[in-house]
Design a protein around this ligand. Structure first.
Ligand SMILES: [Ca+2]
Ligand SMILES: [Ca+2]
Length: 124
């Protein structure tokens, strides 16, 4: 075996064996189910049929994965408030970027992320 290919939702691919040790699938954090295909590639370049995994997200807004969306999740997002994409601690903050002006993650932990969690607390 030469390596492993991981395809996420038929589009984003990663070839493991070239140094990737951690893979974050951000759509899961946004409450979206994700289709993951894991295939092997041999030394001749033949790609196996592989295995398909459907990853089902947890509760949208449950940032600390304790099964409930509450003030604890809101304060977690608050603790990363203002951190932007490209800054040194963005890698850790990124998962708290759940929304933006267009309802999609926008590369900054901002008021939209707090509103998203607050709305989940209120059951919206
Ligand atoms: Ca929680
Ligand atoms: Ca945001």
């Amino acid at each position: 075996m030469k390596g492993i290919i991981i395809t996420v939702d038929n589009s984003v691919s990663y070839e493991v064996g070239k140094g990737i040790e951690e893979l974050t699938i951000s759509d899961l954090l946004n409450g979206k189910e994700v289709k993951i295909v894991i295939q092997t590639i041999d030394v001749s370049g033949n790609i196996s049929k592989g295995i398909t995994v459907y990853a089902v997200p947890g509760i949208p807004g449950d940032m600390n994965n304790d099964g409930i969306v509450n003030i604890g999740d809101l304060s977690l997002v608050m603790s990363w408030y203002g951190v932007k994409q490209g800054e040194p601690n963005w890698e850790k903050a990124q998962k708290y970027d759940v929304s933006g002006a267009n309802q999609e993650p926008d590369g900054i932990i901002d008021i939209y992320d707090l509103v998203y969690i607050a709305a989940k607390i209120l059951g919206a």
